[in-house]
Design a protein around this ligand. Structure first.
Ligand code: SF4
Length: 348
């Protein structure tokens, strides 16, 4: 067993590594180490969740955004983005169909759309909560004040996803316009927890300017923050952004990080993300085999799915049948897993 594999076993036992050990691991890992980590992460995930995979029905309800993140295809200044905003009725129809398919979590995701602020979102959340009392509602709509997060929670949202994108403030400044602040983003994450949300953070793997030191910071930040969910995926450039000529992030490194996150925090809700599927055939299956336990099929209407283009060639395969009759279920069964009709709460 080499030194990196000893580090991976230490992580499995202690659920933490000191900074210098992370640095050594990220500086020298090999494909063998990645496979070693995956075997142990899979073992931990199976101990915790059996062969159960949780599914979430993703509804991308608006691709308007007031922000201008340099990596994002729906950034404000991209005049080529075809903008859309689903009506409340259409969102409720998506929930209705999703419930029939077997979803018990709806993920409502959008850019930071001023026209879909709290005054519209709160009544919508209340309606969904009333109609589907047995479902979890995840919101992913960006930065708000603590009071607004509390109002979303009180209206019935149970989980919130807000990727921090990087745990390093200087790196954050290179990925975002000047008026966006890392400190504010981190404050939002703390406010979400305080409001009672199961909170998800996350970052891009291989984003421009990312270094080994940044990866070390990611693992330490996540260890300290103890989110209920973490979303990571490889960075993929979008042709209408300043990062159009940057290289995509590595699938291998993403899979390695999924395994390390599972070993660090065994009960984490960890999706095999769309970006992984976009870059790699059977990327989602590989994510599950690396320790992920969540999949988020898109249940937005067909005509808008191709417009929520955060990056080029985004995989936009939706799901439009009962999940127990779906090709997705067969794909999971082929690798020894079963998708379940369940809210899939953290700690359940
Ligand atoms: S990453 Fe999010 S906040 Fe930034 S421009 Fe894209 S949708 Fe808006």
């Amino acid at each position: 067993m080499n030194d990196n594999q000893k580090r991976i076993l230490r992580l499995k036992q202690e659920h933490a590594l000191p900074q210098e050990e992370w640095f050594a691991l990220f500086s020298s890992w090999t494909p063998d180490d990645r496979e070693f980590a995956a075997v142990h992460a899979k073992e931990i995930a199976q101990k915790k969740f059996g062969n159960r995979i949780y599914v979430r029905g993703l509804i991308e309800f608006s691709n308007y955004c007031k922000n201008d993140c340099l990596y994002c295809g729906i950034r404000r200044s991209n005049a080529n983005a075809e903008r859309y905003r689903l009506t409340e009725d259409t969102i409720l129809e998506c929930c209705h169909a999703g419930y029939q398919y077997g979803f018990r979590t709806f993920v409502l995701q959008s850019g930071e759309d001023g026209a879909y602020g709290p005054e519209k979102l709160i009544p919508l959340l209340k309606k969904i909560r009333q109609t589907y009392p047995d479902c979890a509602i995840t919101l992913s709509a960006g930065e708000y004040s603590y009071e607004t997060y509390q109002a979303f929670f009180d209206a019935g949202a149970t989980r919130y996803l807000l990727r921090h994108e990087t745990a390093d403030p200087c790196h954050y400044a290179k990925l975002h316009p000047e008026k966006m602040s890392w400190e504010k983003r981190i404050q939002c994450l703390h406010d979400l927890k305080k409001a009672g949300f199961q909170t998800g953070c996350g970052f891009m793997v291989g984003s421009p300017f990312q270094t080994v030191e940044h990866l070390v910071k990611e693992m330490l930040f996540i260890h300290d923050f103890q989110p209920e969910m973490v979303g990571i995926g490889p960075f993929i450039p979008h042709k209408d952004t300043p990062f159009r000529n940057e290289k995509s992030g590595s699938v291998e490194l993403t899979l390695f990080l999924l395994s390390l996150l599972r070993l660090q925090q065994p009960d984490l809700l960890l999706p095999a993300t769309t970006a992984l599927e976009t870059l790699e055939h059977q990327g989602r299956e590989k994510g599950i085999l690396a320790g992920a336990n969540v999949i988020m099929p898109n249940i937005s209407p067909d005509d808008v799915r191709k417009k929520y283009l955060l990056y080029d060639n985004k995989f936009n395969g939706g799901l439009k049948e009962n999940i127990l009759d779906s090709p997705l279920r067969k794909q999971m069964q082929k690798i020894g897993y079963e998708i379940v009709i369940d809210r899939g709460d953290h700690g359940a």
